[in-house]
Design a protein around this ligand. Structure first.
Ligand SMILES: [Mg+2]
Length: 294
């Protein structure tokens, strides 16, 4: 979080790029693009910058068009844009702001103005990122929270039903967690939850989603993963947690698995089946994996 923020300077004039980059390079990681298209290419390739300083008057694709495209893209749209415009040009400040830009800097460039405006917008962006993170993540373990899981799960289920690939869900519950809290206190209980979440993240693939769903309950949503692969993955996780010894304690988990039924199953139905499977795993003696019936 303390890394330097990244500013992408977009201008068709090499001189302007040099001046702006020179003003910002001590405080920011500065990237440059000499055309609108080059800017979009850089954004598409990622990682996304924290701010765009965007010249309006450029050949081929002007700053307005770049702004329009950035704001139309769900991933890029949150990048704040400051337009850089010539004093004597007829660039329309009001128009730029209606496109979603947050501020304007007029040429000739005055270093103190650039620094102040950029600093303000980067600070707001960082605050907004932090709030977004807090809204979607569990504060103790930093994995996604229940709210985010439910938001994303609906989309994943819809896409899975449309595209016909497979989606599986692991519902993990720490065995006898109440005893951990009762015997060793809540701080130790928290350490167990954190260590457990870290272990789940270690095994995370790009398409997987790990969330803390309740007190000692976690969900791993496995995209492009059928029931058989989910069982293998769950067994590896179960073993890894048995070996983990968080806070010096032997901790185990029971895991219920469900694969989304092709046709018209909802996330809730899949979750209910995983929950029954989890219940069976508990009944059968815990520290085990049980798959829901289709
Ligand atoms: Mg220009």
């Amino acid at each position: 979080m303390n890394e330097k923020a990244t500013v992408l300077v977009v201008d068709d004039s090499a001189t302007n790029i040099q001046v702006l980059a020179g003003i910002l390079k001590n405080d920011y990681l500065v990237k440059v693009a000499n055309s609108g298209q080059r800017c979009l290419d850089i954004l598409t390739a990622g990682p996304l910058p924290d701010l765009l300083l965007l010249d309006i008057d450029m050949p081929d694709m002007d700053g307005y068009e770049v702004c329009r495209r950035v704001k139309a893209d769900s991933d890029m749209s949150k990048i704040p844009i400051i337009f850089v415009t010539g004093m004597d040009s007829d660039d329309n400040e009001e128009y730029g702001l209606t496109l979603g830009a947050v501020d304007y800097i007029t040429k000739p460039i005055r270093p103190a103005i650039v620094q102040a405006r950029v600093k303000t917008q980067v600070m707001l962006k960082k605050q907004s990122d932090k709030l977004t993170f807090l809204a979607f993540h569990d504060q103790l373990t930093s994995v996604y929270n229940r709210y985010f899981m439910l938001e994303v799960a609906g989309q994943k289920v819809a896409r899975t039903l449309r595209d016909g690939h497979s989606l599986s869900l692991l519902l993990l519950d720490i065995d006898h967690f109440k005893q951990v809290n009762d015997q060793h206190g809540h701080l130790v209980g928290d350490q167990v939850l954190v260590a457990m979440a870290q272990k789940l993240m270690e095994f995370n693939r790009k398409d997987d989603l790990v969330a803390r769903f309740g007190g000692e309950e976690f969900i791993v949503l496995l995209d492009f993963c059928d029931k058989d692969s989910a069982v293998k993955k769950a067994e590896i996780l179960r073993q890894a947690i048995e070996d983990l010894m968080p806070a010096g304690l032997k901790v185990t988990v029971s895991i219920g698995i469900a694969e989304l039924r092709s046709g018209k199953e909802s996330f809730n139905d899949m979750l209910k089946r995983a929950d029954s499977a989890l219940y069976q795993a508990k009944e059968q003696g815990r520290n085990r994996v049980v798959v829901a019936i289709d």
